[in-house]
Design a protein around this ligand. Structure first.
Ligand code: CA
Length: 261
């Protein structure tokens, strides 16, 4: 693609024309605040390239070279989304991810070099909202960051309260309680749950769910769904073998069970 850059290639300093667009990135059409992104990356060349691309695309960029710096910025609450490199000098990236998510319910996109699928699943399991492999194209990175931001803000239509056993899902307030206690769901888990609950009894195919929750460019990443559905079931106290809420339709997708006892 003309004007597109690749960042993070080993031994290669990124160069080429920026594809950034002018104007600040905001979540709504209104005069909203600029989106603040925290870039956690210890390699200065990659960090500089990310600052240029993201800054040029209207984000307000804060940089952290270590886990300690990232924690400090995140705890201060000055972040809307985190871009996190998994290999850092002072901490394991997945532990840092867990720490960041525990402190604040901020969406996190993980950035990493060539690593086995198990690592990717480990990051998703720890609460990452998406995963970008190095080297990556700036267009893909920007699309994924925007999709994560959309997911963390947008809610499907349909007011109401859904109760299954000890679980109560408030579709309007986007709050889930179990035994009266608020469940801590990540933005992606919540989006996925609301998508299912808003379509009771309907089969939602893997591809439909991926497109609706992760974005239009998704459709084949059914391992994302396996990880997130497993997390949701664990948090909701649902079971894959004897489901009360989410039923697996093998090879097809998932279904929110219409009515249970
Ligand atoms: Ca690194």
């Amino acid at each position: 693609m003309a004007g597109e850059r690749t960042i993070g290639e080993v031994g290669k300093v990124p160069q080429g024309r920026l594809m950034g667009r002018s104007g600040a990135v905001t979540l709504s059409g209104g005069p909203a605040q600029q989106i603040r992104i925290l870039v956690v990356e210890d390699e200065p060349t990659v960090r500089a390239a990310l600052r240029t691309v993201l800054g040029g695309s209207g984000f307000e960029v804060t940089e952290a070279a270590t886990g300690a710096e990232a924690t400090a910025v995140n705890d201060a609450g000055q972040v809307d989304v985190v871009l996190l490199d998994l290999v850092l000098p002072d901490t394991d990236g997945v532990s840092l991810l867990v720490r960041l998510r525990k402190a604040r319910n901020v969406p996190v996109v993980v950035l990493s070099g060539r690593r086995p699928l198990a690592d990717k699943l480990r990051a998703l399991d720890a609460g990452a909202d998406d995963y970008v492999m190095k080297p990556f194209h700036t267009a893909e990175l920007l699309a994924r960051i925007r999709a994560v931001l959309r997911r963390s803000k947008a809610a499907p239509e349909g007011p109401g309260l859904v109760t299954v056993g000890d679980v109560e899902i408030d579709l309007t307030k986007r709050v889930v309680r179990r035994n009266g206690e608020m469940l801590r769901l990540t933005p992606t888990e919540l989006r996925l749950l609301l998508e299912l609950v808003s379509n009771p009894g309907m089969l939602l195919t893997h591809s439909e769910l991926l497109k609706r929750v992760w974005g239009e460019t998704y459709g084949t990443e059914s391992h994302y769904l396996r990880v997130y559905i497993a997390q949701l079931r664990r948090k909701l106290g649902d079971s894959a073998t004897r489901p009360r809420m989410i039923r697996t339709e093998p090879g097809l997708g998932y279904r929110w069970m219409e009515r249970s006892g």
